[in-house]
Design a binder for this molecule. Structure first.
Ligand SMILES: [Zn+2]
Length: 118
C-alpha cells in the first residue's frame, strides 16, 4: 500500500470514527431524554400510588401517614390565612376565594352568606 493510499485510508477511518462518535453522542442524548421522561412517569405513578395508600390508610397509626395528615392540615391553614389576607374566606363548596360580604361564590355560585354569621 502506497503512502497516499495510507493517508487516504486514515482520513476515511477518522471520518468514520467522527461520524460514529457524533452518532453515539446523539444516541446518548436521546437515551438520557428517554430516561428522564420515564423517571418523571415513575415519580407520578409513585405519587398516585402514595395518594391512594394514604386515602386507604388515613386513620392508621403509621408515622408517615400522621406526617402527611399534619402537612395537609398546615397547607389548609396557610391557604386560609392567604384568603384572610386577601379579605375573604374559602368557598365551602369549591374552595375559591369569597370576598367578605359576598353572598355567593363568584366561581361556583354557592350561596355562602351563612358562613360569615359565625
Ligand atoms: Zn365556590
Amino acid at each position: 500500500m502506497g503512502f497516499l493510499d495510507e493517508i487516504s485510508d486514515s482520513i476515511v477511518n477518522t471520518t468514520k470514527d467522527l461520524g460514529k462518535m457524533a452518532q453515539n453522542a446523539g444516541d446518548i442524548t436521546k437515551l438520557q431524554y428517554d430516561k428522564k421522561v420515564k423517571e418523571a412517569e415513575l415519580s407520578k405513578l409513585y405519587e398516585k400510588l402514595g395518594k391512594k395508600y394514604y386515602e386507604d390508610n388515613k386513620d392508621s397509626d403509621d408515622e408517615d401517614i400522621k406526617i402527611i395528615t399534619a402537612v395537609i392540615l398546615r397547607i389548609k391553614e396557610i391557604s386560609d390565612e392567604i384568603m384572610q389576607k386577601k379579605g375573604g374566606k374559602p368557598c365551602p363548596k369549591c374552595g375559591s376565594l369569597v370576598k367578605d360580604g359576598s353572598r355567593y361564590c363568584s366561581k361556583c355560585g354557592e350561596k355562602i352568606d351563612d358562613i360569615f354569621e359565625e
